[in-house]
Design a protein around this ligand. Structure first.
Ligand code: HXC
Length: 267
């Protein structure tokens, strides 16, 4: 095979699988032999799936999970090994990863195994983190001479507080799902066999609600991390008041009073 052909077949390599179930897009990271290490190509494919989900009104919720033993064991170390500071600074290495955190639609992470380094950071960009009993979390970057670089120091600290974040980032200690749940990193834990079933039940539930209302709630909750309290409260009130511009708001309240299920039209 010529170099060009090799390059081409590499380009076509699928690092993720995308499935649809009613109004839910399920993105599975499919590099199990490398514990779903997050290489550049995988991030590009992930981002284009996220773009697709955001642009498709039939999709209400996005689920991300990993094939095999891991959610993701971090950024791809073999891809990073020889990079220089000049290169990573010039290309603003890692910047494309932030696409996930800018999704307007809810994203649920279903963590089936290792969520380490960039894998843990990616999970924290999601809105809800469900984990199997055998999942493990951690920020082990320090053990390979670097540090979290996809929001880990910021998002982990916001979730679990300074001293716990500091200990995890400074020691690289891996923690089991139970500990991650107790400290507020993980939303809920399920037996491995139930993880996807429970994830999909929550995804379908959210996807049935009014899409504009779901979007406004996500925006309001995310404001906590981005704006001071007074501005966040004011913004929440405006978003709340904006729901009164929606037919879905009228329908939801009417349906409740008429003791029937609401028929939302996403407008
Ligand atoms: C590239 C990786 C990888 C990674 C695992 N592999 N993690 N390749 N990048 N992050 C590969 C291994 O090289 C190996 O390939 C195969 O996956 C299986 O891994 P093993 O180590 O053999 O498995 P095991 O002994 O079960 O150990 C599992 C593990 C360990 C504890 C999760 O793989 C591990 O410590 N991985 C690295 C975790 C880490 O340091 N992550 C942070 C990365 S830095 P072969 O070919 O030998 O089979 C990072 C930067 C974030 O994320 C900042 C910017 C985003």
């Amino acid at each position: 095979m010529s170099t060009a052909e090799h390059h081409e077949s590499n380009q076509a390599e699928e690092m993720i699988r995308v499935d649809f179930d009613d109004r839910v897009m399920i993105i599975t990271l499919t590099r199990p032999n490398a514990l779903n290490a997050l290489c550049k190509k995988l991030i590009m494919q992930l981002n284009s799936a996220l773009d697709q989900a955001e642009n498709d009104t039939r999709i209400g919720v996005i689920v991300i999970t990993g094939a095999g033993q891991a959610f993701a064991a971090g950024a791809d170390i073999s891809e990073m090994k020889n990079l220089t500071f000049a290169e990573v600074a010039e290309k603003d290495f890692i910047q494309p990863w932030e696409r996930l955190s800018r999704c307007q639609k809810p994203v649920i992470a279903a963590i089936n195994g290792y969520a380490l380094g960039g894998g843990c950071e990616m999970a924290m960009m999601c809105d809800i983190i469900y984990a199997s009993e055998t999942a493990q979390f951690g920020q082990p970057e320090i053990t390979i001479g670097t540090m979290p670089g996809a929001g880990g120091t910021q998002r982990l600290t916001a979730l679990v507080g300074k001293s716990k974040a500091m200990e995890l980032c400074l020691t690289g200690r891996k923690i089991p799902a139970q500990e991650a749940e107790a400290m507020g990193l993980v939303t809920r834990i399920f037996a491995g066999a139930d993880l996807m079933k429970e994830t999909m039940a929550t995804a379908h539930k959210i996807a049935k609600f009014s899409a504009p209302v779901v979007r406004m709630i996500k925006e309001a909750v995310n404001n906590v991390a981005e704006v001071p309290l007074v501005a966040g409260i004011r913004s929440e009130r405006r978003l709340f008041q904006s729901t009164f511009a929606l037919e879905d708001r009228k329908e939801g309240m009417t349906a409740f009073l008429e003791k029937r299920p609401a028929a939302f039209k996403n407008r």
